[in-house]
Design a protein around this ligand. Sequence first.
Ligand SMILES: [Zn+2]
Length: 202
Amino acid sequence: MDTCRRAPTRAYALSMDSVDTKSWLRCYRCWSQDLEVQVHYEGIHKIDPVTGERADVVDELQEAVVQCLDCMHDQPHLGFMNGRVEPIEDRWERMVAGTPWVASVTVTVDAEDVETCSGPEAGDALSYAAFGDHGTREFFTHVRFHKHEDDTRITVHLLVELYARSLDEATEVLEDAARGTLTITSLAEESRPPAATSDDRH
Ligand SMILES: [Zn+2]
């Protein structure tokens, strides 16, 4: 089984060498190129008094999420700007060429940085307090529990899955993302999910 899952990694490494265009324009998990972007746009515009057309922007807000249609996962290594999908520079190579790493960690943060530690929003709030945007957008995080050390500090115990090319890189990504004191209890490489092939599509 392990041999089967490893094979696509090598095949992909070869294709990276021969095809250097848009290596990043694919799902970081299954390498599918069957992607979709969901764009939410909110804008306030002046109205042109002569034509009645929408004119100058007063205020606008755009949110976009790129998703893989083969494995249905969000693609945090891709952003959507000026009508096209672009790679997020400090993330995409690590996520596309890397493998999943699973870490058991604790992050001790200021209690003030945790918006809420109970109710349905608690998991996201604790993940965000521990790892910022990486915790809510990039990593798969599971908050196992949290502990109030005193009135000012909270220790968050989490399981984290992230993509990296080596043990050192995985450690560095966790260290850079942590917004408090980080302790890594365990860190292990997992098998890559199977690559999407054209045969998978029906
Ligand atoms: Zn995918």
